[in-house]
Structure formats: C-alpha cells, structure tokens
Design a protein around this ligand. Structure first.
Ligand SMILES: C[S@@+](CC[C@H](N)C(=O)[O-])C[C@H]1O[C@@H](n2cnc3c(N)ncnc32)[C@H](O)[C@@H]1O
Length: 211
C-alpha cells in the first residue's frame, strides 16, 4: 500500500462516526441538497433493473439506496473501500435500509474483481486523495463491461469561469479543491468522455463509456 493510501485510510478510520454529519453540514453550506446532487450523478450511470453495480470508495454507503432505486431487487450492489470503519458504518446503514450489498475491503488501484464484471462503475468522492489516480481510473474501466458507464466524481472548482464566493473560499481554505478533474489520466480507449459540474459547482463529474 502507498503511504498516501495508508494516510487516507487512517484519516477515514478516525472520521467514520462523523462522516455523514460532516457531509450534511457541507451540503447546507453550499446551499444544495446532498441527496439531490447524488441522485443526479447516479442517474448518469444509465442503470436498468437487474444491473450489477460497483461503487469504488463506497464510504458509509449513502449512494447505495439511490442506486438500488434503479437496479431493483434483481440488481446486485457491490461496494469497495479501503477503510474498515467506513465499511462497518455502511454495513449497519444498509441493514437499516433492508438492502443486500456485498462490501469488500480493498484499494481502488488494485480492484479484486474480474475483467468486465459490472454493468456500471461509480466513484463519488476520494480520488483527489489517491496516490495512484491513473491506476484507479484504469481499474474502474477494466472491471466495467464493454459499453458500461463509468462515472467518477470528486471535489473541485471549474477553472473556465468566474467563481462565486463559496468556491473562492473553498479554494483558499481547502487546497484539494485546486486539483483539476483527472481528464488527462483517462485511457484514450474510453468513449464519450464528458465533464460537468454539480454540488453547486464545487464537484466535477466525469462520465465515460467503457470500450
Ligand atoms: C469522501 S469519501 C466518499 C464516500 C462515498 N463514496 C460518498 O459518496 O459519501 C472517500 C472514501 O474513499 C475511501 N478511500 C480513500 N482512499 C482509497 C483508496 N485508495 N481505495 C479505496 N477507497 C479509498 C475512504 O476510506 C472514504 O470512505
């Protein structure tokens, strides 16, 4: 494991209890509904009932019920995360939701899944902190079936427009927002690559279709 990954895991191990609360407060400060923004990203996966979906860096699993709304009871949900504490919270939450999910401890740049195993692959938050972002994107594409959507989202602010006050403050106090969307790290075989912004312009969304 890279030093960056170890640090990130330790950070989330200590933060798991507060993670959902911190997210709610961040959404309030941005003046958006966190769940509505997450739903937007999930819609871009183009899911249909029965699909098998992987969320890389699933965290406490907030997106899983939103994915389940599309794939239904015949679908299969798989979540991977580097932090056992985040996975433990996710397991508890999913029990409360009555959702069956396979949760796997692992690292995004070395996914323990077969090639072309999933109908869609989702990542919502975390990649900006990864030590091997290129490897993680390549892995998401490897495990996606040909024609499957891969959606990668994280914090950031657009560099091609005038920024509002919130974005300027985020840039000043949270250096991670200064990282550009990792478009240049996407393998050239990827099809229909698109970039958009959501969460009030404080997150990017990269969509692509696996070749
Ligand atoms: C910002 S949270 C996002 C959680 C969830 N996807 C969400 O939308 O709320 C980032 C997650 O990435 C996980 N993580 C960090 N580095 C990782 C890595 N290299 N491989 C897999 N997961 C990682 C953390 O443990 C944490 O749960």
């Amino acid at each position: 494991m890279y030093e960056t990954e170890r640090r990130s895991r330790d950070y989330y191990e200590g933060r798991a209890r507060w993670y959902d609360w911190a997210n709610r407060i961040a959404a309030l400060l941005r003046g958006v509904s966190g769940i509505r923004e997450r739903r937007k990203a999930v819609r871009h996966l183009g899911l249909t009932p029965g699909d098998r979906v992987l969320e890389v860096s699933v965290g406490t699993g907030t997106n899983l019920p939103l994915i389940a709304e599309h794939v239904g009871p015949a679908g299969r949900l798989v979540g991977l995360d580097i932090s056992p504490a985040m996975l433990a919270r996710c397991r508890k939450k999913m029990r409360g939701e009555g959702l069956e999910v396979d949760l796997v401890e692992g690292e995004a740049a070395h996914l323990p899944f077969a090639d072309r195993a999933f109908d869609a692959v989702f990542h919502h938050g975390g990649i900006a902190e990864f030590g091997d972002r290129r490897g993680a994107i390549a892995e998401m594409m490897r495990v996606a079936k040909p024609g499957a959507k891969v959606v990668v989202c994280d914090v950031g602010v657009p560099s091609d427009r005038k920024l509002g006050l919130t974005s300027r403050l985020l840039l000043k106090f949270q250096p991670i927002y200064d990282q550009p969307p990792p478009i240049d790290l996407i393998p050239r075989q990827a099809k229909d690559v698109r970039l958009s912004w959501f969460h009030g312009g404080a997150w990017y969304m990269i969509e692509l279709v696996s070749p």
